[in-house]
Design a protein around this ligand. Sequence first.
Ligand code: ADP
Ligand code: MG
Length: 264
Amino acid sequence: MNWEIVIGLETHAQLKTQSKIFSGASTAFGAAPNVQACAVDLALPGVLPVLNKAAVECAIRFGLSVGANVAPRSVFARKNYFYPDLPKGYQISQFELPVVIGGQLAIQVGQGDKSYEKIVHLTRAHLEEDAGKSLHEDFHGKSGIDLNRAGTPLLEIVTEPDMCSSAEAVAYAKALHALVQWIGICDGNMQEGSFRCDANVSVRRPGGLLGTRREIKNLNSFRFMQQAIDYEVKWQIETLEDGGRIEQATVLFDPDTGETRAMR
Ligand code: ADP
Ligand code: MG
């Protein structure tokens, strides 16, 4: 019995601005922990976030490069949740009115005779701030929190569920990675987390309704993306063929075992 694979990608591209999205604090990578988080990044009482024009210009340049609609007016919203690396209790993001709506990217999949072109449709791209970072090493069983990254501008680029294989997902991610660097909005450094992808994966019977998706978080290498999707697809098909059900979940890929497993 055959299955169809359905994949949609969400990519966080860190924008190449000097300062943060709502404050004047530096975005330079590699500083000592917590020296680049100012009162606005921490949302101390009485602070006023002021939008960084350069971040909006990056988003507009991206929208134009993919033939999207650039919203003349877009709106920020608070996404409320508490997490150790988000002690202020909310992330400023865009929800109802994102800056970039629609658009598409042409990708080349595979090499030689079997290669083909495909169009991947974009749903939206919105501006948001990054959170801080939890550090689990060097703390003797405790975790450290570095808030330097808090408030760093991100463009989250969301695709329609248009991709049908790990090869297509990787081809899209590589094309997007090249594009954001070429138009000068992101340095593309995946080791430093400047370009990271979440892969939403489901399987279904050919032509049937969309299956339940599981979302593989924070893939920061193309090789891991391919391995993670291949493992996830195999796991979902085996689960369904054994009579099980797929529950919607967020999963992490473990490069050491080559497996994905539920996060929360
Ligand atoms: P969330 O913000 O909760 O992750 P979104 O509606 O923004 O939800 O969707 C995230 C991504 O999941 C999009 O890229 C979308 O194309 C993809 N997606 C939605 N449904 C499915 C599905 N059934 N299978 C695979 N991908 C899907
Ligand atoms: Mg998601």
